[in-house]
Ligand binder design. Structure first.
Ligand code: SIN
Ligand code: FE2
Length: 217
């Protein structure tokens, strides 16, 4: 009843919100890609299931991860790195689906970054309570390319700070279909995700999935 009522209210949020120089939130940008992206995601997960990796310090992450593309982000006791091989299967990560590449490239262009050709897509799975502490994405070879982050499923509070860890992060509520693009002057800004609130999403169920596209090599 309450949910139906909210869905009947037109979305009055601005579709484009500047977050910092080089960073923009594109609300609902992934919606037209939804069915293709969700179908491709299912295939990726079937071939490279989610797993909770360990940090170099030996802590198991609350977020479960997998990858597609020629480079996959992995962490274990020896450190963080990009690897073309899924350590769980010994096989290459699933190829980056066309729909993923198209979404990432057009979103990047909408954010002011033309010709984005990601070789890595980290797929993050948040169950209720899962979180990601503030960090920089700095395992890539070249920081000229932006980061494109696609949110699916349950809403999350995205924390977007500045160049220094101590910079107080702003909080953005990211919903199903929202895309964040950051690069240029904000490419190395600290960011994270607050513990996921419980809920049930009509398409994705009791979870949030985030696709993070990067040019790793
Ligand atoms: C990340 O920084 O890798 C994930 C961001 C998110 O889940 O929104
Ligand atoms: Fe990140």
């Amino acid at each position: 009843m309450t949910a139906d009522l909210f869905e009947a209210v037109p979305d009055l949020r601005p579709s484009r919100e500047a977050m910092a120089e080089g960073a923009v939130l594109l609300r609902g940008y992934a919606k037209p890609f939804e069915s293709e992206v969700v179908a491709a995601l299912r295939e990726i997960i079937a071939r490279a299931p989610f797993r909770r990796m360990f940090t170099p310090g030996g802590h198991q992450m609350s977020v479960a991860m997998t990858n597609c593309g020629s480079a996959g982000w992995v962490t274990d006791r020896s450190g963080y790195r990009y690897d073309g091989i899924d350590p769980d299967s010994g096989l290459p990560w699933p190829a980056m689906p066309r729909a993923f590449r198209g979404l990432a490239a057009t979103a990047a262009a909408a954010g002011g970054f033309e010709n984005f050709a990601p070789d890595a897509c980290l797929v993050n799975h948040y169950a209720p309570g899962a979180r990601m502490s503030l960090h920089q994405d700095r395992d890539e070879q070249d920081f000229a390319a932006p980061i494109v982050s696609v949110s699916l499923g349950l809403p999350a509070i995205f924390l977007f700070g500045g160049a220094k860890r101590a910079d107080k992060p702003k909080r953005y509520r990211l919903e199903h279909g929202d895309v964040v693009v950051w690069g240029g002057p904000s490419r190395l800004f600290f960011h994270g995700v607050a513990p996921l609130a419980d809920g049930e999403h009509v398409v994705m169920g009791r979870q949030r999935i985030n696709l993070t596209f990067r040019k790793a090599n």
